[in-house]
Design a protein around this ligand. Structure first.
Ligand code: OSB
Ligand code: MG
Length: 375
């Protein structure tokens, strides 16, 4: 049994160690939404909302998520007796359209709360088995091919098992050619376009196809599956879908249409762990390689991604990097670290995510705070 007494929303301001630029915009000063869930027995869990500062990746922002959680999500779960965290998602989908990141922040927090109550690691509760997960790095768009190539080499030397390079038309071919040249033919390279291309760019995308990339992530529109299918038919490189996969049905459609061959799964984008587990099962059944994406999370959200990535279907390295890649000081103790072989340990012996939130640090970084209670 699981009954929530209160949810506290906090916005913290956290500066990235370097700006992160994708085709639709640049981020340096992260505004991060953290939730603290309190149940009727006094057990607590933290979770993170992954909506960005601006609606350039998805329609949601931290501001819309704040409003939706306070006025629509929290009132649906506060004071309700849940058998388990798996029962939360259904309650958040009846007559409720959109806003997956707002729903996921609460739903994932409930999974962590259940893990805390049962003295289980979040990874075990979700069905995770791996002791370590493979780390990848997502490198933003740079000013020149040389700068990008140098960053990619440094990342490879550090041990990262997948190097993802952000691209856009005009900052693609010369950039990727430079990286491939210095990193060598076997380096695990991929690109992510965040919807920057259309089918009119076919010649350019066909040239990208010659760089032996692991995959090309979301080249076309954020809500498209049909044009991606047409593009995939022209390419040897597998297409990986990110933005287009908003739930299990979109994975089924991707398989039917042939829109892509790999899935980037972000639990926040699909509305939480319950739909994420459904997508995991679908991909395992269909033999579709899966990896866990990232949203520049603090150590809180990173813990959720690491727990999820410990499931057996996550066969490719995620966009999961250690804390130091993002923050001078993370908000959890200990911070997330990567060994020299590019692996991050999954804490299976601690309850929940296995890291403690640094309350003093969070208090110092908090910009606004609001608590919603069961009525
Ligand atoms: O498209 O995967 C993306 C960050 C913000 C928004 C969208 C994306 C990303 C990343 C960062 O690629 C991955 C990370 O958290 O390291
Ligand atoms: Mg992406």
């Amino acid at each position: 049994m699981l009954t929530l007494a209160a949810i506290t929303l906090r916005e913290i301001a956290l500066e990235l160690v370097e700006p992160f630029r994708i085709s639709s915009g640049e981020t340096r000063h992260r505004r991060i939404l953290l939730l603290e869930l309190l149940d009727t027995d006094g057990v607590r869990a933290w979770s993170e909302g992954v909506a960005g500062e601006r609606p350039n990746y998805s329609a949601e922002t931290i501001d819309t998520a704040w409003l939706m959680i306070r006025d629509h999500v929290a009132p649906r779960v506060l004071g309700v007796r849940f058998e388990s965290a798996a029962d939360v998602h259904p309650r958040l989908t009846v007559d409720f359209r959109g806003n997956p990141m707002a729903r996921a922040a609460v739903e994932m927090g409930m999974w962590c709360l259940e893990a805390q109550r049962r003295g289980l690691s979040l990874a075990r509760l979700l069905g995770g088995e791996r002791e370590k997960v493979a780390a990848g790095i997502s490198i933003g768009i740079q000013d020149s091919p040389d700068i990008l190539a140098e960053k990619a080499v440094t990342a490879l030397t550090r041990g990262y098992r997948k190097i993802k390079l952000k691209i856009e038309p005009g900052r693609d071919l010369a950039f990727i050619r430079a990286v491939r040249e210095v990193c060598g033919p076997d380096a695990p390279l991929m690109v992510d376009a965040n919807n920057a291309y259309t089918l009119d760019d076919l010649p350019r995308l066909t040239e990208l196809d010659t760089f032996a990339l692991m995959m090309i992530e979301q080249p076309l529109a954020a809500d498209d599956l049909v044009q991606h299918a047409a593009l995939q038919a022209e390419l040897v490189t597998p297409i990986c879908l990110d933005e287009s996969i908003t739930g299990p049905d979109r994975v089924r459609d991707m398989l039917t249409l042939g829109s892509g061959r790999i899935v980037n799964l972000k639990p926040g984008r699909v509305g939480g762990f319950t739909p994420a587990l459904q997508i995991h099962a679908l991909c395992v059944d269909a033999g579709v390689p899966l990896w866990c994406g990232g949203m520049l999370e603090s150590g809180v959200g990173r813990g959720f991604n690491i727990a999820l990535a410990s499931l057996p279907g996550f066969t490719l390295p995620g966009d999961i990097s250690p804390s130091e890649r993002y923050w001078r000081h993370d908000v959890v103790e200990p911070g997330w670290t990567m060994d020299e072989t590019g692996m991050i340990g999954v804490p299976h012996t601690e309850p929940g995510t296995g890291v403690q939130v640094d309350r003093d640090r969070i208090a110092a970084l908090t910009v606004r705070e609001e608590t919603v209670r069961a009525r």
